[in-house]
Design a protein. Structure first.
Length: 200
């Protein structure tokens, strides 16, 4: 009879241990899953309600005329000696204020498949807050490099016509915004302007 009693007890003990192991494994998986989900939310892979808002807040905002710009650079009052930023608020046109950034030095480059050289002084505009102006100043070297590539890829006949110059302005605007997007996650430049334009 004692053999039968021992046999009866063993399956019960194994079954009890099996349930306990399964319960601990389930608790572990739930904990790991919750921790994993928390990690994914923090990384912005899923959910991310707070992270989307934080990213949105980092986007430079349009500034209406007369509205204070919380990111206005200290040098925004004028161009200074070597370039910089200036704000203009005209009566007509857009409801948004326009800020201009003037590149400190002129650009000189060969033209595509031509012995001709082009030299020009540039400025660009934004209707967004002062962060765009700060980024233009901070990344001026990378922007200059990108603009010189655009100039070197411009045929001589393009700089001889108003339509060609307009296409060049559009390509330069896109090049600046590409650099700013790569560096800061957002472009913000509306247009490039020629301050001087000389072809030799």
């Amino acid at each position: 009879m004692s053999d039968k009693k021992d046999k009866d007890e063993k399956p019960g003990k194994k079954k009890g241990k099996g349930l306990m192991v399964k319960a601990l494994a389930a608790v572990g998986l739930v904990g790991a899953g919750g921790g994993g989900a928390f990690g994914l939310v923090q990384a912005g892979v899923i959910g991310g309600g707070g992270h989307e808002k934080a990213h949105e807040d980092n986007t430079p905002k349009l500034i209406r005329k007369g509205e204070e710009d919380p990111y206005a650079p200290a040098s925004a009052g004028g161009h200074g000696e070597g370039g910089g930023a200036a704000y203009v608020e005209g009566e007509g046109g857009s409801e948004y204020r326009t800020a201009y950034f003037q590149f400190a030095e002129p650009f000189t480059s060969n033209l595509k498949n031509s012995p001709a050289l082009v030299q020009l002084a540039l400025a660009c505009s934004t209707r967004r807050d002062g962060r765009v102006l700060m980024w233009l100043k901070e990344h001026e070297l990378a922007i200059r490099s990108a603009l010189l590539v655009v100039l070197a890829d411009t045929p001589e006949q393009d700089v001889a016509t108003p339509e060609g110059k307009k296409r060049l302005q559009d390509r330069m605007t896109a090049a600046i915004n590409k650099v700013l997007t790569e560096k800061e996650g957002f472009g913000g430049v509306d247009r490039v302007y020629f301050k001087s334009f000389l072809v030799q």
